[in-house]
Design a protein around this ligand. Sequence first.
Ligand SMILES: NC(=O)c1ccc[n+]([C@@H]2O[C@H](COP(=O)([O-])OP(=O)(O)OC[C@H]3O[C@@H](n4cnc5c(N)ncnc54)[C@H](O)[C@@H]3O)[C@@H](O)[C@H]2O)c1
Ligand SMILES: [Zn+2]
Length: 349
Amino acid sequence: MRTVKVNASTPYDILIGNGLLDKCGELCAKVIKPCKVCIITDDTVAALYLERAERSMQNAGFLVKSYPFPHGERNKNMDTIVRILEFLAEQRFTRTDCLVALGGGVVGDMCGFAAAIYLRGIKFIQIPTTLLAAVDSSVGGKTGVDLKAGKNLAGAFHQPSLVICDYSTLDTLPPETFADGCAEVIKYGVINDRPFFERLAGGIRAQIEDVIAECVTNKSRVVEEDEFENGTRQLLNLGHTIGHAIEACSDLTVSHGSAVAIGMVIVTRAAVRLGLCPEEDLDALVDMLKRESLPISCEFNAAQLAVAATADKKRKGDYITLVVPYSIGDTRLYKLPISHLAEFIRKGL
Ligand SMILES: NC(=O)c1ccc[n+]([C@@H]2O[C@H](COP(=O)([O-])OP(=O)(O)OC[C@H]3O[C@@H](n4cnc5c(N)ncnc54)[C@H](O)[C@@H]3O)[C@@H](O)[C@H]2O)c1
Ligand SMILES: [Zn+2]
């Protein structure tokens, strides 16, 4: 088992290993006192892993309740949050009790948000079961839900007390869902770690433990430096402003990871055409995404994407901040007047 320490405002450990799910109770007991826990999960993950998680938590002395909701981004909304909060209140959860997020990024974001606001904040633990959740969403304390107007428009910063990543759970992921996580893995290399990007040529699945450990170490360092995203943490949004626009334009039929992959290609190609980034780096990115079965283009035009992108949170007044690669391993914030966004995207298509 590997441990990565995150020194955020509330420090916590990320534990990475094979088979940790069956030990989640004893691992949790090291950081929280015996209490009532509610395992928040979705129906798909519940069928695969809930019983094992419940058993381990019970054996470690926790009183366990579970709340599975229907899977999918469409359910990452306030209605589900209200149902979770009502369930916690009915079951008389108190401030000293704890939530456990067992699932992918949707479960983690919602469980974290419920934990942030129930009784003005209770503890929660992340047990990610998708690659995306393992390398990205379970770490860093961003929680929240989508609104009709766009993704992740309501939320809170709330750090978990522990992250337990059992990468054997990734074996049951549909290949497209595994590929989604690969987009976020590749993103870290492009942002600030060229040697890591180059190592990924060996295949992500073949070196999964190292990959997860390196990604969460990278993310933790960024979060430690800028927990509330006023500066460098924005770099983690590489591919996301346009990616979120693609998700919105597709009515969520394009998955998050696929959208981020396409978003990275669009900003990188625009950077090449603006003379900011060498063309070989775009080619290397495209090759890497294809190798991991990710898409590199979409059917939407620049005007559609620009309109959808301006609903994004990264907008500040008349400007939007994009993350632009100057080379693989060197990305920078790039402030652009909203009126120039469609033109920028057109260069990237
Ligand atoms: N908070 C953050 O910092 C952050 C960062 C990145 C992404 N996100 C959010 O994460 C979400 C995407 O996460 P995701 O890709 O994990 O999606 P997801 O949680 O919807 O999971 C994808 C699908 O895989 C299924 N699944 C989960 N684990 C499984 C397993 N082990 N075996 C088989 N099936 C399994 C789920 O039921 C779901 O249908 C988005 O909502 C995105 O906004 C948040
Ligand atoms: Zn993402």
